[in-house]
Design a protein around this ligand. Structure first.
Ligand code: CA
Length: 238
């Protein structure tokens, strides 16, 4: 049974979430405190996804997320308060996979959970015609291994989050082509209509900084103002 870790201090919210998830066939481990949940996650080997409230009594959900990311890439959905747009952006920047704004429908949350778990099982966005039939494809200085869902730059394995991987793979599927934020969002995100345009920019920014660590003198991802992004062979920084 697929196990979900729920971290939420409000019992009424937790109850409805536990009920909806269990009705959908998930096993749920519920904790009120972030530190408790962290301790559980470190011991348990079978948590498929974490639903994490941002406002917890003992620590912020962001702190807990950062702590989780030190040892695990488990998908994280944040529960944020209404109108806290900044929270959503911070959440995605520090490694969250999605967010749901309170008040939310438990059914919607369950469908987000399902969508993320589905995407993990099928990490490949699309097989473009420019991609070769084998498991790895080399574009410029990058080598994409679709089966392993990894990308290397100059033979150096990039330490990418899932979204960074999907964005980079998407850009590399058609080199030099300009993709709009909407195209990137609709291809990469599980729930594009509820995600923010800023999320694409945020992930592009972190992706660039990772590429620079490997190849500091070059800028592969080009910004087309008002249009979107493309990847090319080593645009030199101005
Ligand atoms: Ca709370």
């Amino acid at each position: 049974m697929t196990r979900i870790l729920l971290v939420e201090d409000e019992a009424a919210i937790a109850d409805t979430v536990v009920y909806a998830l269990e009705a959908d066939g998930f096993a749920v481990q519920w904790h009120r405190l972030g530190q408790e949940a962290l301790a559980y996650l470190q011991k348990a080997g079978d948590v498929a996804l974490v639903i994490l409230d941002v406002g917890l009594p003992d620590a912020s959900g962001f702190e807990i997320c950062k702590a989780i990311r030190r040892f695990s890439e488990v998908p994280i959905i944040f529960l944020t308060a209404r109108g806290e747009e900044l929270d959503r952006i911070i959440g995605l920047e520090i490694g969250g996979d999605d967010y749901v704004t309170k008040p939310f429908s438990p059914r919607e949350l369950v469908s987000r959970v399902r969508a993320i778990l589905r995407r993990i099982r099928e990490p490949v966005v699309q097989v473009s015609e420019t991609m070769s039939a084998g498991t790895t494809t080399t574009v410029f200085d990058f080598t994409v291994d679709e089966q392993r869902a990894t990308i290397t730059l100059h033979g150096h394995l990039l330490d990418l989050t899932r979204y960074e991987y999907l964005i980079l793979q998407y850009l590399l599927s058609q080199p030099e082509r300009v993709f709009t934020r909407d195209q990137i969002m609709n291809t990469v995100w599980t729930q594009p209509e509820t995600s923010l345009d800023r999320a694409v920019d945020t992930h592009i920014k972190s992706l660039r900084s990772k590429l620079r660590k490997v190849q500091p003198s070059r800028e592969y991802i080009k910004t087309h103002r008002g249009l979107g992004y493309s990847i090319g062979n080593a645009f030199h920084e101005p």
